[in-house]
Design a protein around this ligand. Structure first.
Ligand code: PEP
Ligand code: MN
Length: 337
């Protein structure tokens, strides 16, 4: 159930609505918009009727949520959510560029890449310290040591850090260093992990599972918002299809659809979506044209010798060139780089 509050309703009248919701055994999630406040009724709402709320003086309208998710929906929050990240507010006019290597390899490596991507115009540094790997014998990241190197790179460049958290047990540790907590594709439906990052006060970058549809993706975001953390960016990173010339298939049509159905910003990751560095620049341009609020791009000064995902990583020069090439595309759709 979604309840729209009348403009000019008093605090007491609004709290009467909240008390009514709580008396019915549900929780009220109040979203105060600039023009209007909206309350999401959370819990078992199956037996509730809109009339139980429309009789209250503060209530303009009450309606059943037409989708299984509520807090992430545009119905619930008509204004776009903007998430501060370095020099941008993700979801506003300026497009966020989150760039860096797949994985942190050494302090020297991450600091060197951080300086290059910063100079080229990146807003944030990415890099994994805890890596989900298909093979248990592959390099799985430096762990806390990697987080420390990321923190050093932030200290030297001012770039905020986006890094993955893979387990509930590591949430506090990763949150100590990270500015944005990444939930990887393989963990998209790790519901307890979603609830754990929902309880902390750090933005979350939620990657689409490799076989997840739109509704499943948005329900996972709902898990995080339901716990109180409203700062979620949704990331399209390609899905598994029968096509094999790319690592995954980039689903750009999901970008305007997510933006229509939700108020959350959308990031596109053309690196994992294509798996092929020569396709990444064009995919970035397409993503910007389709309305992406940010790009997650793997960059390494020596992709050939990168420990992980070198074949999809741009070198620093290509990244620099790409940032310049993105500017007119952004401008054409009313955005800025
Ligand atoms: C990554 O960002 O390096 C990563 C492992 O991504 P994904 O979870 O999308 O595969
Ligand atoms: Mn990677």
């Amino acid at each position: 159930m979604i309840i729209v509050i009348k403009q000019g309703a008093t605090r007491e009248e609004v709290s009467e609505v909240v008390q009514t919701i709580e008396a019915l055994g549900c929780k009220a999630d109040v979203s105060e918009g600039s023009a209007q406040s909206i309350i999401g009724v959370i819990g078992d709402t199956a037996g509730l009727l809109p009339e139980q709320f429309t009789v209250l003086p503060a209530v303009e309208r009450a309606m059943r949520a037409s989708k299984p998710y509520k807090l992430v929906s545009r119905q619930f929050r008509p204004e776009p959510t903007e998430i501060p990240l370095g020099d941008v507010r993700v979801g506003s006019e300026k497009i966020a560029l989150i760039a860096g290597p797949c994985t942190v390899e050494s302090e020297e490596q991450i600091v060197r890449i951080a300086k290059r991507v910063k100079a080229a115009g990146a807003s944030a540094l990415r890099g994994g310290a805890f890596k989900p790997r298909t093979s248990p014998y592959a390099f799985r990241g430096l762990g806390e040591e990697g987080l420390k190197y990321l923190a050093q790179a932030r200290a030297e460049t001012g770039l905020p850090i986006v890094t993955e958290v893979m387990t509930i047990g590591a949430v506090d540790l990763v949150a100590k260093y990270a500015d944005v907590m990444q939930i990887g594709a393989r963990n998209m439906q790790n519901f307890q992990l979603l609830e754990a990052v929902g309880k902390i006060h750090k933005p979350v970058l939620l990657k689409r599972g490799m076989s997840a549809n739109l509704e499943e993706l948005l329900l996972c975001a709902e898990y995080i918002l339901k716990e109180g953390n409203k700062q979620v960016m949704i990331c399209e990173r390609g899905i598994r299809t029968f096509e094999s010339f790319t690592r995954n298939t980039l689903s750009l049509a999901i970008v305007p659809e997510i933006k229509q159905q939700t108020h959350l910003p959308v990031i596109v990751d053309p690196s994992h979506a294509t798996g092929v560095s020569r396709l990444v620049p064009a995919a970035c341009k397409g993503a910007v044209a389709m309305g992406a609020d940010g790009l997650l791009i793997e960059v390494h000064f020596d992709p050939q010798h990168a420990m992980v995902d070198g074949s999809q990583s741009l070198n620093c020069e290509t990244f620099e060139r790409l940032v310049g090439e993105l500017a007119p595309v952004a401008e054409a759709v009313g955005r800025k780089i």
